[in-house]
Design a protein around this ligand. Structure first.
Ligand code: FE2
Ligand code: FE2
Length: 150
């Protein structure tokens, strides 16, 4: 059974590998890669918001403001992603917007991995991390289904 922190980091790595492709993509490859980003990023963020962030706020109150900042970052990144999905991939400005989105996500991931999740790992026991991992996976699955229905 993988704990929630491991699952979150695995998702971050998957996203990073799509970012690497996106950074050197030709315009014709961009729409498909953006959809891959969307299917990885949106369910991940929703599951963090539903399952992980509330648990962190209650178990590590000192991390509350970092968690609130993280939530804002999720929303901003999703807005940028929506804007990109609606854009012509060859349009001027698209490359810059992609670079900005990737930079923002990397910054956010670093904050989760270096700051928020280590504090949380210290406060939670293995059983809690395991149970949250199951809830995280279920929430992600549901969010992916509603994304695919949309
Ligand atoms: Fe994350
Ligand atoms: Fe996040």
């Amino acid at each position: 059974m993988s704990g929630v922190v491991t699952l979150i980091k695995e998702d971050h790595q998957k996203l990073e590998s799509v970012f690497k492709k996106l950074e050197k993509a030709e315009p014709t490859e961009i729409p498909d890669l953006l959809r891959q980003v969307q299917e990885l990023l949106v369910p991940h963020s929703k599951a963090e918001e539903q399952v992980v962030y509330p648990a962190i706020k209650s178990m590590v109150p000192d991390e509350s403001s970092d968690v609130d900042d993280g939530l804002e970052e999720h929303h901003h990144v999703e807005q940028t992603l929506q804007e990109l999905l609606a854009s012509d991939p060859g349009a001027p400005g698209v490359d810059g917007l992609i670079a900005a989105m990737i930079g923002e996500v990397r910054h956010h991931v670093e904050e989760e991995e270096e700051q928020i999740l280590p504090s949380f790992s210290k406060a939670a026991n293995n059983q809690q991390l395991g149970e949250l991992g199951e809830q995280f996976t279920a929430a992600k699955e549901q969010a992916l289904q509603s994304l695919q229905r949309a």
